[in-house]
Design a protein around this ligand. Structure first.
Ligand SMILES: [Cu+2]
Length: 331
């Protein structure tokens, strides 16, 4: 009994790894340019796109999206994320030529983390390998780390979601192995901001010394009113919705959920920055700083309605509000 007890305990917690089949996931990203019309103004972006099946789709000069593709992997899987060597347009002049993929918050070797100033990181295409451990479920940003002040702003970012797998190797609809984190629906909210002056400046322009964002996005959309939200989800009453907040913005921000009457609604945060909180936190307001993430669950009530998850973007200097961007959940 003494020998088997620890194994039974691990199984009961869902932590036994011997029966969970890990996968190897190979993905390729290319880089393309695109334009977005934001508040009536056309802004040029650079975005990653999934070119795992070859260069097709948008081809060499197009096809980028902002944010780039959201990549889902399992805890225990091995991700081989390749930045295609043919992705070299658009780019800046030397010394800021090329691009990389930085896996923000991931436990990887230095030569896998896409920081060009460190050893072993090429800017002309590379493969980045990451095998997240059990217990590292959650949301992680990825972004280009070449002349980051410019390339991040240009739209070279998205997210990797690390999900738990069941004993058959299938993704579980839980934030991690904890049954309390089960959900019925999920959405990824990528927070980002846009200073159009950064989109035309290059090299060591003094423009990059002063950040004045004009546009405020949730997963690439403006969503300036509850009538035209950036994200919509048709859910059902009594169900649970997982929201994954990923801070790719360059300002402060506060996330809240309100009903049609403006009343704050509680949500429970289970994971911050890729690690489970020792004690889940049920709150009505959550600050998200650049680079931070939160994986949370909203329990919808027993009567039908509409709730508006929303992000207030705020100035770094004095926290004054710039703008509110809305999502929408109907049930
Ligand atoms: Cu880049």
């Amino acid at each position: 009994m003494k020998k088997t007890a620890p194994i039974l305990l691990l199984s009961a917690l869902g932590l036994a790894s011997s029966h969970v089949s890990a996968a190897t996931i190979n993905k390729s990203l290319c880089v393309g340019s695109l334009s977005k019309t934001l508040s009536g103004q056309s802004v040029r972006f650079w975005g990653y796109y999934d070119c795992s099946g070859g260069m097709g789709g948008g081809g060499m000069m197009g096809g980028g999206t902002v944010p780039g593709p959201v990549i889902e992997i399992g805890a225990g899987d091995t991700l081989n994320l390749t930045l295609n060597v043919n992705m070299m347009t658009p780019q800046e002049m030397s010394p800021y030529n090329g691009h990389t993929v930085h896996l923000h918050g991931a436990d990887v070797q230095t030569d896998e983390d896409g920081v060009p100033e460190t050893n072993g990181n090429r800017v002309t295409g590379d493969t980045y390998t990451w095998a997240p451990s059990a217990g590292h479920e959650g949301s992680y940003p990825y972004h280009c780390h070449v002349h980051t002040v410019k390339h991040l702003e240009m739209g070279m970012y998205s997210a990797i979601i690390v999900r738990p797998r069941d004993g058959s190797g299938n993704f579980m609809n839980r934030l991690n192995q904890d049954a309390a984190t089960a959900y019925d629906y999920s959405q990824v909210y990528v927070l980002s901001t846009v200073d159009p002056a950064y989109h035309t400046a290059t090299g060591d322009s003094t423009v990059f010394a002063d950040y004045n964002p004009q546009y405020f996005l949730l997963s690439g959309k403006e969503g300036k009113t509850t009538g035209a939200p950036a994200m919509t989800l048709a859910a059902a009453k009594n169900k649970k919705v997982a929201l994954r907040l990923i801070g790719m913005h360059s300002t402060n921000s506060t996330f809240q959920i309100k009903d049609t009457g403006g009343n704050l609604k509680p949500f429970t945060v289970y994971i911050r920055d890729g690690r489970a909180l020792p004690t889940p936190k049920t709150v009505t307001s959550l600050d998200i700083s650049p680079g931070q993430r939160a994986d949370l669950i909203v329990a919808l009530p027993s009567t039908s309605g509409t709730w508006y998850p929303q992000v207030v973007y705020k100035k770094l200097r004095d926290n004054a509000a710039y703008a509110t961007v809305y999502g929408k959940i109907t049930f």
